[in-house]
Design a protein around this ligand. Structure first.
Ligand code: ADP
Ligand code: MG
Length: 728
């Protein structure tokens, strides 16, 4: 009997839900472990408080004296909560979060010790950064990088550690993390959007970008997950036959949450409350053992931090409940994958959501301005947006037979499509008083009504307008939202900047009124971005051909998609918007393409190992049992044995042919890997991994999965899909 699999199954059977204590109301727990405005008010002097608030709200610099005061108060607060260590918490380009803990404790040289934490430790640190990915930046320039305090994301306590959100940059200033370019992009979109808002309201001083992510994930029994080397090493199953029952019955979606999973969620939500992560929604997803968690949206930088923190916290709490969280975009073949919808909007410091229709024609014109500019930005930069969500694991969703497709398009719904059609007919140049009235009353003025009954909900579009926000749905479940949010905010910033220039030119040179100029520019934008709009539900051949006619890119694999990351257009865009320098853009491309190569390489090795060292020996073992059986039958039945052992003989042959299939393909794969490894050019190498190595995974898997159906269940070494997916 295959020991590990059955040991794991035995351990998982009859697992009791782990008890969770919920004593206090959630609203009372919320933010308990966060050095937020409320806490700062209690602990900081008035000067220090104002300094930090100005930094958060208006990006003002915090001077050294204030930093010292803040550090000292943070320490007092943390010590009062039993904290012993502090860490700069950051998001390097590995995809995980990073931290290095230091104790507050310091000796004073007289045999005594004190707890110490000053402004310099708060503001800047130098982690041993040499093994974080830098895409060559640190080799070329400086060997060191440093972390620097981001006061816009509040410090928090996790366990007994005070965590200070920081950026991570090279000494020469280049960003080595997700947060730095995001902050620059948010700054760019603030500038550009505020300038446009002033056409409508002179009181607007700041525009912030908001993000509400929806995190999908699988919960698998910890012992079962540990019994599978592929899950342990790659986060997904590389083989496994689909179970007799999958998700055909749709009986899991929105069904009652199993108690074990529910208790995990309750504890997770409690921890989120303490950490100030405003989680609100939980439910079952489409696939068995698949779930979703969503918070109330927040300012984008904070929301990105909260998602990264959440992914980390989830793993730790799951373990306490004997679960492993699978964040992978496609942990199981033939079963729905996981994504992370990024709900995005822009709002003003006067409290207006710029992507929500308003109450007056003027506020609706403002809405349309931001709405149409976003569509235009997505159209112009669709390939870059696709690149921003490219990864080896997300390739299993995008471009594979699963929604959303690899083609980026925008869904806006029937009613808004009609509004845009009407606006397309606006007269060139000056508008007659009648036309203005007509537009105000019947086009722009009608929007709030129509949106209320805009209930058509397209679920498969990669980028959909959902009433008061856009929903970027193609983001992968493992992704750091910082990457897509940087790109989205940058392209919208650039678009708004161009828009302002065009409108101003019409006002100055053509002597148009402000609203006439806006209508004129929007009309042209609608005409030129028609091709990005797609209301269809399908993601099959027909749409692919149509998209091709429209000139939209359809990059199904990461190496193809990533090219848009280093096109001259992209480099110029990031430079102009001061989000990333050429060096930073190129470095990121290098890191991402290398990560891709590494992923496929590891998967190839693991698959080869499992196929040859686990599956083939099991097949041989079973074949020997059959051979013994046939020999015995021959002894008993003599000449007649062939008739009675017909099935066994054909099984023996089938097994042999699958063993041969495995061996031949594993050998082929190893050879292709060797060839790929000898290529110096990383782009070519990634292509070799993508198109020569990876396709062999399917061939190897095919034979292994066939054997799973032939071989005695008692000796099959790998925990099966039905066991992984239906253990509650
Ligand atoms: P669903 O998409 O499942 O129907 P909702 O429409 O309620 O759910 O919202 C999904 C997510 O969108 C939530 O996380 C919510 O906080 C977020 N969201 C709502 N409004 C905004 C906004 N203005 N900006 C960003 N995210 C938002
Ligand atoms: Mg959604």
């Amino acid at each position: 009997m295959s020991t590990l699999r059955f040991h794991a199954i035995k351990g998982s059977l009859g697992s009791k839900p782990v008890a969770v204590e919920e004593k206090i109301r959630r609203s009372e727990l919320f933010g308990e472990n966060v050095f937020n405005e409320n806490t700062m008010r209690q602990y900081l002097t008035k000067d220090a408080f104002v300094g930090v608030v100005n930094a958060i709200k208006y990006g003002k610099k915090i001077d050294r004296g204030i930093a010292d005061q803040v550090a000292s108060s943070m320490k007092d607060w943390a010590l009062s909560k039993g904290v012993t260590h502090y860490t700069h918490w950051f998001q390097p380009l590995t995809g995980a979060t990073a931290e290095k803990h230091d104790a507050f404790f310091e000796t004073t040289g007289d045999g005594m010790a004190i707890e110490k934490f000053g402004g310099s430790q708060l503001v800047q640190q130098e982690p041993d950064a040499s093994s974080f990915p830098s895409g060559g930046i640190r080799n070329t320039f400086e060997a060191r990088g440093y972390t620097a305090w981001d006061p816009t994301s509040p410090a928090f306590i996790y366990g007994t550690t005070l965590c200070i959100p920081t950026i991570f940059v090279a000494y020469t200033g280049e960003a080595l993390d997700y947060k730095t370019p995001l902050l620059r992009a948010l700054h760019a979109v603030d500038d550009a959007a505020t300038a446009v808002c002033r056409y409508f309201d002179k009181n607007v001083k700041k525009v912030s970008s908001s993000l509400g992510w929806e995190q999908e994930y699988f919960l698998i029994d910890k012992r079962l997950a540990a019994s599978r080397p592929d899950i342990t090493l790659t986060g997904r199953t590389l083989l496994g036959h689909s179970p007799a029952k999958g998700q055909q019955l749709d009986d899991h979606y929105f069904g009652s949450i199993p108690t074990r999973a529910l208790n995990f969620m309750r504890e997770l939500e409690n921890e989120c409350m303490l950490l100030g992560i405003p989680v609100k929604t939980r439910h079952n997803e489409v696939a068995p053992n698949q779930f979703e968690l969503a918070p109330i949206f927040e300012e984008a930088n904070l929301a990105v931090d909260h998602n990264s923190l959440l992914m980390d916290v989830m793993g730790r709490i799951a373990s306490r409940h004997n679960f492993k969280v699978l964040m992978h975009e496609k942990p199981f073949a033939g079963i729905n994958g996981s994504g992370k919808h990024n709900n995005w909007s822009l709002s003003t410091d006067t409290g207006v959501n710029l992507l929500a229709p308003g109450k007056t024609p003027m506020s609706n014109l403002q809405f349309l301005t931001f709405f149409i500019n976003t569509i235009k930005a997505v159209h112009k930069h669709e390939a870059l947006l696709r690149a921003a969500i490219a990864s080896a694991s997300n390739d299993h969703r995008l471009g594979a037979n699963e929604a959303p497709p690899a083609i980026i398009s925008v869904f806006i719904g029937e009613q808004l499509t009609k509004v845009l059609e009407e606006l397309e007919g606006v007269t060139k140049g000056k508008l007659s008083p009648q036309e203005k009235t007509e537009l105000k009353l019947n086009v722009v003025g009608k929007i709030p009504d129509v949106l209320l009954d805009n209930t058509d909900r397209n679920r498969t579009s990669p980028f959909a307008f959902t009433g008061n926000k856009f929903e970027f749905r193609a983001v992968g479940s493992t992704a750091n939202c910082g990457n897509p949010m940087t790109v989205l905010n940058t392209i919208v910033a650039k678009q708004l900047k161009d828009f302002k220039v065009e409108v101003d030119a019409l006002i100055d040179k053509k002597d148009l009124k402000k609203d006439e100029a806006i209508f004129n520019v929007l009309r042209e934008y609608i005409k030129s971005s028609r091709d990005i709009l797609f209301e269809g539900n399908g993601y099959g051949k027909e749409w692919e051909e149509e998209a091709k006619r429209r000139g939209l890119s359809n990059n199904k694999t990461t190496p193809e998609a990533l090219k848009a990351r280093i096109s001259e257009q992209t480099i110029a865009l990031f430079e102009e918007m001061e989000v990333m320098s050429r060096i930073e853009t190129e470095a990121r491309y290098e890191i991402e393409i290398e990560a891709y190569i590494m992923h496929i390489q590891i998967e190839g090795r693991v698959l080869g190992d499992i196929a040859r060292n686990h599956i083939v020996p099991t097949a041989v073992k079973y074949q020997n049992i059959l051979i013994e059986n046939v020999k015995g039958l021959k002894e008993i039945f003599d000449k007649k044995y062939e008739a009675v052992s017909k099935e066994q003989l054909s099984l023996i042959e089938d097994i042999s042919s699958h063993i041969e299939g495995i061996n031949a393909n594993v050998t082929k794969m190893i050879n292709e890997r060797k060839k790929a490894n000898s290529i110096d050019d990383i782009e070519k190498k990634a292509y070799a991994y993508c198109f020569n190595v990876k396709p062999l995974f399917d061939d190897i898997r095919y034979h292994c999965d066939k054997l799973e159906l032939l071989i005695d269940d008692e000796i099959w070494p790998l925990t099966k899909y039905r066991e992984l997916l239906f253990t509650r």
